[in-house]
Design a binder for this molecule. Structure first.
Ligand code: KMH
Ligand code: ZN
Length: 274
């Protein structure tokens, strides 16, 4: 099996400062968290930004500050969100691609998202892919539902998306596919040839999905974006969530990838020496 790539999604767009004291919502806190999750064993950081008061923002200048802060603190693969927050325009969501992060997400279809709708029509997806191509950014395909893989194949047929890519299954969002091992197996069976994959289980499903992925040869995403708790009643720090996955991987005999090993697995260029 490949060494395990651990992605950490430390911020997200839904968690509030009132819910946890551990949300790294400023560039300085993101730098500190990047160092800690890198030390714990993460190789990719999935980035959303907030203003100082915790409000969601896709402001390009704020993302630049966050990118520089993370890069100053670690050699993690920096992956920007183009999903942003419910209510952002597609243009806002895609605007941060001009900063040319190594990777960025592309959610592969519209999906219910709690009481909201996370809109990713074909025109929205095509627009994001065009910007990714313009700026040389590698997509990570976010799959919340089984039909999203069919959408990815359709985009590939249109020529806008090259396959294979790295796919992240986001399982357990209220309104989308549930976080079960059976669903994960069905998705993996339906993956386009050559794709690598990770799974992000939402809430309590985070650890169970990580266990399954470690056993199946996939990769894992954890972080406060998806899950606030280390255990019932105990709020987690991002690095604790990463460290738990590393412990399980070790017990299972699965090596953990460094950022450069993850770059090799994903076909990304190595970081230029500073
Ligand atoms: N916050 C969600 C609406 C992504 O980062 O690309 C979308 C999301 C996916 O988190
Ligand atoms: Zn996200």
């Amino acid at each position: 099996m490949q060494p395990l790539i651990i992605t950490c999604a430390p911020v997200g767009a839904e968690v509030t400062l009132e819910q946890t004291p551990y949300l790294p919502h400023t560039p300085a806190k993101l730098a500190e968290t990047s160092r800690a999750i890198r030390d714990a064993g993460a190789s990719i950081v999935h980035v959303h930004c907030r203003t100082d008061d915790g409000t969601n923002t896709h402001d390009v200048a704020r993302f630049k500050q966050a990118y520089d802060a993370i890069r100053g603190a670690s050699d993690l693969i920096v992956q920007f969100s183009t999903g942003g927050a419910i209510g952002m325009t597609p243009e806002e969501r895609a605007s941060v691609l001009q900063l040319r992060p190594e990777m960025a997400t592309l959610t592969c279809g519209t999906v219910n998202f709690g009481d909201d709708v996370f809109e990713n029509s074909f025109p929205i997806m095509r627009g994001i892919l065009a910007k990714m191509r313009q700026h040389g950014v590698r997509p990570e395909l976010e799959v919340f539902d089984k039909g999203h893989l069919a959408n990815a194949r359709r985009l590939a047929k249109e020529g806008l998306l090259t396959l294979p890519q790295h796919v992240d299954f986001v399982l357990g969002v209220p309104g989308a596919l549930e976080a079960t091992v059976q669903n994960l197996c069905d998705l993996v069976d339906d993956l386009p040839d050559g794709c690598t994959w990770s799974v992000a289980g939402i809430g309590r499903a985070q650890t169970a999905m990580a266990l399954a992925a470690i056993a199946m040869g996939g990769h894992v995403r954890v972080g406060l974006e998806d899950n606030l708790y280390l255990e019932k009643g105990r709020l987690a720090r991002n690095e604790e969530l990463v460290a738990r996955v590393v412990r399980i991987a070790r017990e299972a005999g699965r090596a953990v990838a460094s950022p450069d090993e993850a770059r090799e697995i994903l076909g990304l260029q190595k970081l230029a020496a500073a």
